[in-house]
Design a protein around this ligand. Structure first.
Ligand code: IMP
Length: 217
């Protein structure tokens, strides 16, 4: 399935930026190799995603589902942009937001009563990164069981990987090569909390983040 609008494609040959050209917290500098997507570009991409969501879903009550814990920063940024558009454009999306906790692989819902409240609603699932697509496939089938009117997916990042099961979100911010990336959303024991940019991890960082990097290829 194709996305609703084009996204920023970042190829493997794309120039990446040395860490000392940006503000990167000293304590995580040795874990990082290069800046891949700067914070400013991330925010621009988020603003554009909000506009695309507004054009597609505007005028309807939308229930936005956050996939934590990594996704909560992008979720907050996206909803802020949508609220800004609500204030400044003719269209309006009334939004309700819930969180899902997928930490153990078995997805459970927190922050909302339960998913039965999604029956008959337009649902927007917000994720920060889609790799193979299995997590989203599981979440989508869970949500579909509760008979929503429609379900759409917005992901800030989509990895190009041969291991993809073929899921393509309705709204994508950036399509990136098959590299393991880190940023503020993916804090490691709170370690990267102040990192605003999407960065490629260094060899030292890879050793530290071994389990995540291995599962991602
Ligand atoms: P999928 O089920 O393979 O699509 O994996 C999705 C999940 O894997 C995301 O929600 C992330 O938590 C994690 N993930 C995959 N690739 C990366 C990466 O490059 N950096 C950080 N997390 C990642």
């Amino acid at each position: 399935m194709a996305s609703r609008s084009p996204c920023v494609m970042i190829s493997d040959e794309e120039p990446r930026y040395d860490l000392d050209l940006f503000c990167v917290p000293n304590h995580c500098a040795e874990d990082l190799d290069k800046v891949f997507i700067s914070h400013g570009l991330l925010l621009d991409g988020t603003e554009k995603l909000a506009r695309d969501v507004m054009e597609d879903m505007g005028g309807h009550h939308v229930v936005a589902l956050c996939v934590p814990k990594a996704g909560h920063t992008f979720f907050a940024d996206l909803l802020d942009c949508i609220k800004e558009l609500n204030r400044n454009s003719d269209r309006f999306i009334p939004m309700t937001s819930y969180c899902n906790d997928q930490s153990t692989g078995a997805i459970k819902v927190t922050g909302g009563d339960n998913l039965s409240t999604l029956a008959g609603k337009k649902v927007l699932i917000v994720e920060d990164i889609i790799d193979m697509g299995k997590t989203m496939q599981t979440l989508l089938s869970l949500v579909q069981q509760h008979n929503p009117k429609m379900v759409e997916v917005a992901s800030l990042l989509l990895k190009s990987t041969p291991r993809s099961i073929g899921h393509r979100p309705d709204f994508v911010g950036f399509e990136i090569p098959n590299k393991f990336v880190v940023w503020y959303a993916l804090d490691y024991n709170e370690y990267l909390r102040n990192l605003n940019h999407v960065c490629v991890i260094s060899e030292t960082g890879k050793a530290k983040y071994k389990s995540e990097a291995e599962s991602s290829g």
